[in-house]
Write a protein that binds this ligand. Structure first.
Ligand SMILES: [Zn+2]
Ligand SMILES: [Zn+2]
Length: 427
């Protein structure tokens, strides 16, 4: 019997990895420009971290985590999201002491035991940032502007920012009370989950996907209209900043985020085209000023986002064909004498980052030419005893068909002139 991969866990194969590299390299450039430093945390953490940092009563912790006892009987979990582990690492390494503004990014696999569907897998990848320290709205604006720039640089179309505020511990309880007062008489018209949410977390009713609940939610008062004297100017400053940067957005009161630790700014970037179907969210995040304290650290404001890389790859499907890797030059051995020369020239060019190929298997001249064509080499050069004797080789441009004589004594310089630098991705 052939052993197969685990359900919901995929190989990122040779057809797809160029697109993943395209996304990740763009992301790293943008993270660099905004001064975010990479953090790599282990995939395994104590289960207790996620119970406290994500919330014991959340679906993620209750139903979706990969949790097991290791050989010492300690309960460990594969991380289901990036924020809790980031906060754990920040506290454990005492980075806050020397860094009043701490900016971290990650690109990493996460694990959730959900029903696999298109764009949603049990091992999935997220890229994201967490900024610790600043409480001001300009930090929120920075995190939003970063995402906007990244999605733009990637060439994503039909991306829209949905923005909201979920208030704070001052204004949120009163708002929740108001929701309960309005919703209790209509309780029977809510779905089963929302009837439960009415008791536990009434704000989650606002993002329920059930039609009946959506209809009711549409007519409810919005949190953004009931913010306190700290939350309201904060929200206004975020909006003004986005306007100043010409970043289009929609205020959307249904953005309440699934996790309980968010306060004030909450947002999602969504795709308005049909490509993702119901799974329209590309990235999401917000401000979470209480989480560091909840995990045993000093009171530290924080804001961040995470984006699913699988969904980005679905949206960037058309880019894939343009990312074809190609070979700069393929050397053909005409005979034994050519072999040493092609070996040396390949090494010289590769040391300069040029993608050069040569025969590896004593193939016939015809078979070597066939491979050069299959590799879509931009140039081909044939080398053998007669070229060495005459000190001249032919360099053929495979795109134009042009041929030129190159003096072998000057071949290094000639090739350097033609391949000034490495460009392995065409775009
Ligand atoms: Zn407030
Ligand atoms: Zn509902």
């Amino acid at each position: 019997m052939k052993i197969q991969s685990v359900r919901g866990m995929n190989d990122i194969g040779i057809e797809d990895s160029p697109l993943w590299r395209y996304i990740e390299s763009h992301a790293k450039k943008v993270f660099d420009a905004y001064g975010f430093v990479e953090l790599r945390t282990p995939v395994l953490e104590s289960t207790a971290l996620f119970k406290r940092g994500v919330g014991e009563a959340t679906d993620i912790v209750e139903k979706e985590m990969y949790t097991f006892e290791d050989r010492n009987g300690e309960s460990l979990s594969l991380r289901p999201e990036g924020t809790a582990a980031t906060v754990r690492a920040v506290l454990e390494n005492s980075w806050l002491r020397a860094n009043p503004v701490l900016k971290l990014f990650y690109i990493a696999p996460m694990f959730r035991h959900e029903r696999p569907q298109k764009g949603r897998y049990r091992q999935f990848y997220q890229l994201g940032v967490e900024m610790f320290g600043p409480a001001g709205a300009r930090a929120d604006i920075e995190v939003l502007a970063l995402q906007y720039l990244l999605f733009n640089n990637l060439g994503l179309q039909d991306v829209e920012l949905r923005l909201s505020s979920v208030g704070c511990e001052t204004c949120r309880p009163e708002y929740k009370k108001m929701l309960v007062e309005i919703l209790t008489p209509q309780k029977d018209h809510l779905c089963e989950d929302c009837q439960r949410r009415l008791e536990t977390n009434p704000m989650r009713i606002l993002d329920c996907k059930v039609e009946g609940c959506k209809k009711i939610a549409k007519n409810l008062p919005a949190m953004v209209d009931h913010l306190c004297e700290i939350c309201e100017p904060h929200f206004n400053e975020v909006r003004d900043g986005l306007v100043a940067l010409e970043i289009p957005f929609k205020v959307d009161p249904s953005i309440v985020r699934g996790l309980d630790y968010y306060n004030r700014t909450a947002f999602e970037f969504v795709c308005t085209s049909e490509k993702l179907g119901a799974q329209a969210t590309i990235s999401g995040g917000g401000r979470y000023d209480k989480l560091v304290e909840d995990l045993g650290g000093p009171a530290t404001p924080a804001v961040g986002f995470a984006a699913g890389i699988e969904r980005l790859t679905i949206l960037l499907e058309e880019v894939k064909d343009k990312l074809k890797t190609y070979v700069d030059i393929c050397f053909i051995n005409a005979d034994e004498a050519g072999k040493v020369k092609t070996l040396q020239l390949c090494q010289m060019l590769r040391s300069r980052g040029i993608r050069a190929e040569m025969d590896l298997d004593n193939k016939s001249f015809k078979a070597q030419m066939k491979r050069a064509n299959k590799l879509e080499a931009r140039y081909v050069m044939i080398l053998g005893q007669s070229e060495i004797d005459n000190n001249v080789a032919i360099l053929k441009n495979m795109e134009t068909g042009e041929q030129e004589d190159i003096l072998l004594t000057q071949i290094e310089q000639e090739l350097k002139d033609r391949f000034p630098k490495s460009v392995n991705f065409k775009l």
